[in-house]
Design a protein around this ligand. Structure first.
Ligand code: TYD
Ligand code: MG
Length: 470
């Protein structure tokens, strides 16, 4: 009989070690080791006994496309890759209070028109969920509601012939398997609970949605293993101070990643935002310096956002660099290129950079827009009205072409922009050259960063000309 032993499991990376230490040897994080009882030590090797023979089949199989369960909340459906897939597991992660329970209750409410849906809450009492449903105007929906945390009970209830088609577990950190000694929320519990639920979902063919909390480091609490176990991982993000909430697909076995859905938090729950660019640019004023509109892409969707910068003379030896919504290492790079390759002196200034609206931009294509915002702020010259900018900057100062030029220009035209500063088309591949000619915009192509100040030097003069008072 194997002896019951105790191991210490890192709550960050899932590595286990036989003795406690302050720092995890595997991932280097501090104070993340927690004691977990291990029921039996695993058998050595495979042990005795012959396995069952497995059957191999060809790649070609059922021709039918993956069936999808569509909620009708199109921002959500698109992020899932076109609806939820039967027998799949979806993980929705996000900070506390960001709106995970709200969106999932809305989605189950919408799905319940066509499918049997169950919503199992381990965090809120039935009455609390009902109150929320009333507030969201979906109290009439035929969602089966339960408050439970014991995975054994949940599985027994769901493992029947008429199991629901969509099951939401809110949240996986509150679930526990009574065979394990450790507390709910620990790695062992989260992992085992998820494993059992996912196995049942695959067997019974229901779409499983797991809600996962995010630690302050931004990982789904209970380690990354959870992300490997599920088919789709969505992150719900947003700034508490802003109305927008962004649902972002970071992993999807049934669709593209990098797809985002944009919602607005209102009194009546989360509303879809069909035209996010218009929302992000709502407060944009193009007669101030340091502001530049970046024509970006989020997944398959073009999105225009305003990048703002402010330069202020710094009294300190090491000036401040504060970045919100963009990568600070990339800002350092763009500034170094501006100084070294273009002779634009930024040192001695505190630099503040902000992506308006609480969006996080991760595309390198934003480099040129950031450079434009910095130059505009330095020269105190607004960039001309109705101009969008995009392009990647290389270390020698060259402007590199980026993908999906056509979609970006189209979106800019749709929102009433007149001019675009983009990478030189001679460098571009045929694909990204497509659509430049007939975009309907006044397209200015630049090949090197040093040409940028000239371009909007003239643009700024235009801005002061007739329509300056807009
Ligand atoms: P919730 O879905 O409970 O967040 P999570 O499950 O991610 O922890 O979201 C709660 C927040 O949303 C709370 O701060 C109040 C706000 N809210 C609204 O603004 N309007 C609404 O209609 C609802 C239901 C919530
Ligand atoms: Mg919640």
């Amino acid at each position: 009989m194997a002896r019951k032993s105790t191991t210490y499991v890192c709550q960050q990376c899932g590595a286990s070690s036989p003795k406690w230490s302050g720092r995890c040897d595997a991932c280097g994080s501090w104070n993340t080791l927690s004691e977990e009882a291990q029921a039996d030590s695993p058998p050595k090797g495979l042990g005795k006994g012959k396995g069952r023979k497995i059957d191999f089949v060809g790649l070609k199989g059922g021709e039918a496309p993956v069936p999808r369960r569509i909620s009708g909340i199109s921002e959500f459906d698109r992020v899932c890759g076109g609806g939820m897939v039967p027998g799949s597991a979806l993980l929705v992660g996000g900070d506390p209070g960001i709106g995970k329970s709200t969106i999932l209750l809305q989605v189950t409410g919408a799905l319940s028109k066509g499918y049997r849906c169950a919503y199992i809450s381990g965090e809120e009492a039935i009455d609390q969920v009902r109150m929320r449903a009333t507030r969201l105007g979906i109290s009439g929906a035929s969602v089966e509601l339960a408050a439970a945390t014991n995975v054994r009970d949940i599985i027994s209830s769901l493992d029947t012939a008429d199991t629901p088609e969509v099951v939401v577990i809110d949240s996986i950190q509150t679930m526990f398997v009574d065979a394990l000694d450790s507390a709910p929320g620990t790695v062992a519990q989260v992992r085992t609970s998820a494993q059992e639920l996912i196995r049942l979902a695959k067997r019974r063919g229901f779409s499983l949605v797991l809600v996962g909390h995010v630690t302050k480091e931004g990982l789904i609490a209970g380690p990354r293993v959870l992300e490997h176990m599920v088919d789709t991982v969505l992150y719900f993000e947003g700034d508490r101070g802003h109305q927008f909430r962004i649902l972002r697909a970071v992993k999807n076995r049934f669709g593209p990643t990098d797809e985002i859905g944009v919602f607005e938090m209102t009194d009546g729950g989360l509303m879809e935002v069909a035209n996010p660019s218009a929302l992000f640019l709502a407060d944009h004023r193009d007669d101030v310096s340091g502001s530049c509109v970046f024509a970006g892409m989020e997944g398959s969707r073009p999105m225009l956002v305003e990048i703002q910068s402010l330069l202020a003379p710094s009294p300190m030896a090491t000036p401040r660099r504060a970045v919100v919504g963009w990568d600070s290492a990339r800002l350092a790079m763009v500034m170094a290129v501006l100084e070294t390759r273009c002779g634009i002196q930024l040192s001695g200034n505190d630099v503040y950079l902000n992506v308006a609206g609480g969006l996080r931009v991760s595309e390198p294509a934003a480099d040129l827009a950031v450079a434009a915002a910095l130059i505009s702020s330095l020269q105190e010259a607004p960039i001309s009205q109705g101009t969008v900018v995009f392009g990647e900057i290389g270390l020698s100062g060259e402007i590199r072409p980026v993908g999906q030029t056509e979609a970006r220009l189209k979106e800019a035209l749709k929102l009433g922009f007149k001019r675009a500063i983009i990478p030189d088309r001679r460098r571009a591949s045929n694909q990204s050259r497509k659509g430049i000619g007939e975009s309907g915009l006044d397209v200015i192509e630049i090949g090197h960063l040093r040409d940028l100040p000239d371009v909007f030097g003239s643009a700024a003069q235009d801005a002061r000309a007739p329509q300056a008072g807009r």
